[in-house]
Design a protein around this ligand. Structure first.
Ligand code: SAH
Length: 481
């Protein structure tokens, strides 16, 4: 092993305004470096025999200058910074040597030993920039970290950084002492400021900012807020980035029983978790009780996440909760989730509106006898549409009978997806006349989503997740066993 002396790179952010940066090379790699230099105010000179079309377009537009020909040391005369980005290592080496002789900072693309400065992987949110380096040794790792950070920091950091920069003097004057400034800043981030920026409510965000600066405890600055969040169907990979971010910021999480443990594990470790759905041996908290809890925790200044299975606005009573929050004067945001119909169809291989078979899809629910009675059966029984029923599995007999009575064909395919997207997912498929019998034979339990329509048959050959659909033959086997 070589005994290289341990050293680390020193990170710097450079103000390049009005300074010449020379990029040697006219191909795709050089073009990427030129792109990274855009908006820095640098005077960009690209030295190369010929320019690739994108670089030629920039030169024609006056965004860069082209120095045509083969590299010569006098190209460095005006440069403050040099990037060697040709595909010829001899040329790159010559650029590095010439730069070294002139005490210039030279970056050599893809050559950590020749480069004296490295261009980091970056995450950019307006004036806020996060630069990542692995010391040149593991660029894949740096890129991987960058992707993680991209997911973690949402767009609202750009206006946040701009806002803080604009009021820098006020912030310093308000909290001259560094420790106090830090506490004030934490109060600022604990409040609704970021949620308001995410919701593009810049005027209110400005007010929330002022309130914290004026230390007005009753004003917007310290009030809590509620994020109504769709947790998707169970597979944590189906959570949205925004849902993940608000889960990371939450002080309190009120979740339904449909929300999977895997999703809950992604939330901030020290958040208070309150289950309000029906769980084994426990009763569900009534809706009025949930509303009261939301209001109570938000009033105490906490960041509350109301986490619901699927999408909060699809048979999720999310609207009622927003009404209660609105009435209590508590601010909120809504993060949509992947609803069971999309998720179960996708994981069962059922294209809901395959154009050969369906022109529309209906989402319907029937959790109790009376809700079954009030459904518009003649409309549901029409052909060339897909039905997705969100419901318990106890009244499938009635559903089957009504659809047939109103004229839906006896051989209409169905697929019943139990625990969609979860490791335990099962799909039972058949035709409408067999629905209730097959569901019983396979002992299908909630949560299960029922898809009725020609497209349901496609699960037979398009399935990809878990086992193939179970059908009549399997039921006979199960019976015989
Ligand atoms: N807001 C939720 C639906 C709540 S109603 C959403 O958008 O998905 C509850 C019903 O949704 C269940 O009875 C079941 O029919 C369906 N459902 C939810 N998650 C499911 C899953 N992982 N697999 C199958 N069905 C599911």
């Amino acid at each position: 092993m070589s005994a290289e002396p341990a050293h680390r790179l020193f990170p710097l952010f450079a103000d390049l305004r009005g300074r010449t940066v020379l990029v040697v090379g006219g191909g795709a790699v050089a073009a990427r470096k030129v792109e990274a230099l855009q908006d820095t105010g640098a005077r960009i000179v690209v030295g190369a025999r010929a320019l690739s079309p994108p670089l030629a377009a920039l030169a024609a537009a006056g965004a860069i200058a082209h120095r045509a020909g083969d590299f010569a040391p006098d190209w460095l005369d005006e440069a403050w910074l040099v990037i060697a980005a040709t595909d010829d290592s001899a040329v790159n080496g010559a650029v590095a040597a010439a730069g070294e002789a002139r005490r210039l900072w030279v970056n050599v693309v893809d050559d950590a030993t020749l480069a004296r400065v490295h261009l980091p992987a970056r995450v950019e949110r307006g004036p806020l920039q996060i630069a990542i380096s692995s010391g040149g040794g593991a660029p894949m790792l740096a890129r991987w970290v960058r992707e993680r950070l991209e997911a973690q920091f949402d767009d609202a950091y750009a206006p946040l950084a701009t806002l803080l920069a604009r009021h820098r003097e006020r912030i310093r004057a308000r909290w001259p002492d560094l420790a106090a400034r830090r506490r004030g800043f934490e109060r600022l981030l604990a409040g609704p400021l970021q949620a308001l920026l995410r919701a593009r409510r810049h005027i209110e965000a400005g007010r929330a900012f002022d309130a914290v600066l004026q230390e007005d405890g009753n004003a917007l600055g310290s009030a809590g807020h509620v994020a109504l969040v769709g947790a998707g169907p169970g597979d944590p990979g189906l959570l949205t980035l925004r849902a993940l971010r608000v889960l990371n910021e939450a002080d309190v999480i009120l979740h339904d029983s449909l929300v999977s443990d895997e999703v809950l594990q992604l939330a901030r470790r020290d958040a208070l978790r309150i289950g309000v759905g029906k769980r084994a041996g426990q009763h569900a908290t009534p809706q009025s009780g949930i509303n009261a809890l939301l209001v109570e925790h938000a009033r105490a200044g906490r960041r509350v996440v109301r986490l619901k299975g699927g999408d909060p606005f699809v048979f999720g009573r999310g609207g009622e909760e927003l009404e209660a929050l609105r009435a209590a004067g508590i601010r909120y945001e809504v993060v949509p989730g992947i609803t069971a119909a999309s998720a179960c169809a996708a994981y069962a291989g059922i294209p809901l509106t395959h154009r050969d078979h369906a022109q529309s899809v209906r989402l319907a629910t029937a959790h109790a006898q009376d809700s079954l009675d009030t459904l518009d059966w003649p409309a549901l029984a029409r052909e060339r549409q897909t039905l997705a029923f969100y419901m318990g599995v106890s009244r499938l007999d009635l559903l089957q009978e009504r659809l047939l009575a109103h004229g839906r064909a006896a051989d209409t395919p169905f697929a019943l997806i139990e625990n969609g997207t979860r490791p335990e997912q099962r799909v039972v498929a058949g035709t409408l006349t067999e629905l209730s019998r097959l569901a019983k034979a396979h002992a299908v339990e909630s949560p299960a989503l029922l898809v009725v329509g020609e497209v349901a048959a496609l699960a037979g050959h398009l399935h990809w997740f878990g086992a193939a659909p179970l059908g009549a033959a399997d039921a006979a086997l199960a019976h015989a066993a």
